[in-house]
Write a protein of this length. Sequence first.
Length: 266
Amino acid sequence: MSAISVRDVWMEYGDQIVIEGLNLEIPSGAFLSVVGPSGCGKSTFLRMVLGQERPTRGQILLDGEPLPGEPGPDRGVVFQRYSVFPHLTALENVLAAFEFSASPFLGKLFGARRRAALEEARGLIEEVGLGEHGGKYPSLLSGGQMQRLAIAQAIAKRPKVLLLDEPFGALDPGTRAQMHALIKPIWKDCGMTVIMVTHDLKEAFGLGTRVVAFDKPRVDPQAPGRYGAKITYDFDLDPGSAVPVLGFSKPLPPVTEAQEEARSVA
Ligand SMILES: Nc1ncnc2c1ncn2[C@@H]1O[C@H](COP(=O)(O)OP(=O)(O)OP(=O)(O)O)[C@@H](O)[C@H]1O
């Protein structure tokens, strides 16, 4: 069964169609990279899978069931910035993930449950390489450390699905490579399904087991909002083939070349 089934999903804001007729089956444990031009609806798609927004039409299923109407512990998310609470230390940020899921109203745990959560939070802080920085506030962390913390917080409840919205976009190339080396084993060990939006093709092909490109196949210059984006390419990286979903060609680099390049960088 697919972890995520996207069935004829449309998203419209007023008279602007952002996504039209999106269909996608994402198998459990896949690492799906989503690429496409700015403004074509990639983040909107992630927000719908997160449960922050509902499709105007169509349905998204998680393990065969309609998505709950709001974000939940089965879906973790990391944004490019501002994923963590600035007023909590690194350790408290991860602890908060346990506290809010166990006690949504109070946001607090006490006694033995708090001690157990604290131990798990410390383990996660170690796992993402922040062992010495647990007592620091986010403003004192570097960009890479902040994203490590955001990842620790997002995976704390061992979500089935991890959503990454340009999570490494603001990092320098060296730190970005370190983050790639961090996220791969976490994804494999946790057995999560990952959806990552990125503008970086090397990153998309280097990390993904599948890469889909969103784009608008039709554009009306008189009414830019009349048509929305669809999946125009779907690269399943196991067989290493590019499938032009809509049957028209676009000047994207050959898969093998991009894959080779990405692997040499990773
Ligand atoms: N809440 C909203 N209300 C109205 N329009 C919105 C809303 N959210 C997104 N949009 C519009 O939907 C379109 C797609 O936005 P989205 O952020 O999903 O694109 P994107 O592909 O992620 O872009 P980028 O790569 O630049 O981050 C944009 O035209 C944006 O202005």
